[in-house]
Design a protein around this ligand. Structure first.
Ligand code: SF4
Length: 534
């Protein structure tokens, strides 16, 4: 057994490697990105047959992992919480098939929305699909639970979710590591009849999945990750924690006059008997869970109504944003600690900005000038660095919904009768999920202009390689049905500003679908290439 200092994401990656991982797929998204990056780094510095790849989007990544499982090897698929929306079709149906090689889905949620559009809690997705979910509260658990997830995935023939949150994904701690297992080929063929989502077969598989819930609950009741500690001499209040809520509670618990009965839940479905045992020992329960009030809402159907429940639903804890030691402290009835003022504590907020020298700056400048002459224009935006084009000084885009939405929204706005509609999207996001909306727009030659801002990387999540090179994207756009006469490539440099402005304006005026690809590498890609050339 060795010790190693790792990020939470890296602990999960190591847990996978040490459990006999064969293939990992993912789509980058904060705070999950470092999982695949760590495995890729591990592959470079160790002799191993493990494969770890970025995919076009979360759905293709998930489907890839399902294929690895079918072939009898262990697989990991990673994404951020909103990425699971994209993978949802494959994910939901995969709960009904009979997983062969262990399939672990790592999803990193982002309470507080440090780098996300929403705070959705992935435990609902696990519950919705009817699969087990493990929620680590520290780095060691991220490692241990990942190994355990492979075991139960193969035991129950089910995908297993591991749910991280930003504070765990992006903090470091020391973990104890066991010996690495060689890649495990289970050597058994998948049960083919259990892999066909035909309605006639799915009806049986659905019943099987419902039956399995009893086994999952039984497993959850026995799991050491769901730990109940009772104190029969103090009955006024008991505590339920989940995830990092446990750390914030324990940090404050020593200041309480009495130690409270405490149930920590790390494995779902929730351990119903353990919850009832806690409820039978106390008069009220404070529930401290990061994310939505998921367990809190379930308590109504599990415990006696006479037990008072305090948490996010009654305002004992804030219903949005992250938990922290301070808001948990007041929730358990302790006086707030004296406010600590330290270096940097009172600095004013700094809104994010495009980097100095960013190619998108020149693209937005040309677009803003081109569109200025049209009184009723709309510019839809998308997810990536260029979303910062919404903020001053650019103020170039008006909407931001989800990955790829700029194109579909522009099409809708145009068909609703608006003129001079422009969609702006990056190359990575275009390939992620913009391309299908472009096919829609091409099928009707919708009057709109699409600007693909090609910076040759997935910049926002840390310079991951994009799936296709710039020449390939051009061919792809033509293959989608776009008229080559109205496909323009612009090198976005200050010296080309006048020409770029003119071309963008002309294409916006054109009554039909036009696509402009703005070309210039992210300055960090240029820096990386220069560094490699030295
Ligand atoms: S990382 Fe690259 S693409 Fe993103 S803002 Fe900076 S220069 Fe622009």
């Amino acid at each position: 057994m060795s010790e190693i200092l790792v990020l939470g994401d890296e602990a999960l990656a190591l847990g996978s490697i040490d459990a006999g991982l064969a293939v990992a797929y993912g789509y980058p998204g904060t705070p999950s990105t470092e999982i695949i990056e760590y495995i890729q780094g591990y592959i470079k510095s160790n002799e191993t047959e493990i494969i770890a790849r970025w995919c076009s989007n979360e759905k293709t990544a998930y489907e890839g992992s399902v294929g690895v499982s079918y072939a009898g090897k262990r697989t990991l698929v990673t994404m951020k919480h909103v990425g699971l929306n994209v993978a949802a079709d494959a994910f939901m149906n995969s709960a009904l098939i009979k997983i062969n090689g262990g399939l672990v889905l790592a999803v990193a949620d982002d309470p507080g929305m440090h780098s996300s559009q929403n705070e959705q809690d992935s435990r609902y997705f696990a519950d919705f699909a009817g699969i087990p979910c493990l929620e680590p509260r520290n780095h060691q658990e991220a490692y241990d639970m990942t190994m355990e997830a492979y075991r139960i995935s193969e035991l129950f023939n089910i995908p297993v979710m591991i749910k991280l949150v930003t504070r765990l994904s992006h903090s470091r701690s020391v973990i104890k590591r066991v010996e690495t297992l060689p890649i495990t080929d289970l050597g058994k063929a998948a049960d083919k009849l259990k892999w066909m989502a035909l309605p006639s077969l799915s009806r049986t598989n659905w019943k099987d999945l419902i039956e399995k819930q009893k086994e999952f609950i039984e497993y959850s009741e026995k799991s050491d990750f769901n730990k109940l500690t009772l104190n029969s001499s103090y009955v006024e209040t008991g505590i339920i924690t989940t995830g990092l809520g446990s750390n914030y509670y324990l940090e404050n618990a020593e200041d309480l006059e009495s130690s409270l009965s405490h149930l920590h839940i790390g494995v779902y479905p929730v351990p119903v008997d353990k919850i009832r045992k806690l409820a039978a020992s106390v008069e009220s329960i404070i529930i401290i869970e990061e994310g939505y009030p998921f367990v809190e809402r379930m308590l109504n159907g599990i415990i006696n109504e006479a037990i008072k429940v305090h948490g996010k639903l009654d305002g004992t804890l804030p219903s949005s944003g992250e938990l922290n030691p301070d808001n948990v402290r007041t929730a358990i009835g302790l006086k707030p600690r004296e406010k600590q003022t330290g270096a940097g504590g009172d600095l004013p907020g700094r809104p994010p900005q495009l980097c100095a020298g960013c190619p998108h700056t020149d693209a937005f400048k040309a677009l803003n000038e081109a569109i200025a002459g049209f009184s009723e224009s709309i510019v839809t935006g998308d997810i990536g660095c260029y979303a910062l084009g919404a903020l001053p000084p650019h103020s170039a885009i008006e909407t931001l919904l989800c990955m790829g939405a700029s194109i579909g929204m522009a099409r809708g706005a145009s068909e609703a009768g608006r003129k001079h509609v422009v969609a702006s999207i990056g190359d990575g996001t275009f390939m992620h999920s913009g391309i299908t909306a472009l096919i829609d727009a091409a099928s009707t030659n919708t009057d709109m202009t699409l600007i693909i801002m090609d910076n040759s990387t997935t910049a926002m999540t840390g310079m991951q390689d994009t799936i296709m090179t710039s020449p390939m994207i051009k061919n792809l756009v033509i293959a989608c049905g776009v008229d080559p006469e109205h496909l323009k490539e612009l090198k976005v440099l200050p010296k080309n500003h006048e020409e770029n402005f003119r071309i963008i304006k002309e294409e916006i005026e054109y009554e039909g679908l036009s696509v402009i690809i703005t070309l210039r590498e992210c300055i960090h890609v240029v820096g990386k290439i220069r560094g490699e050339l030295k």
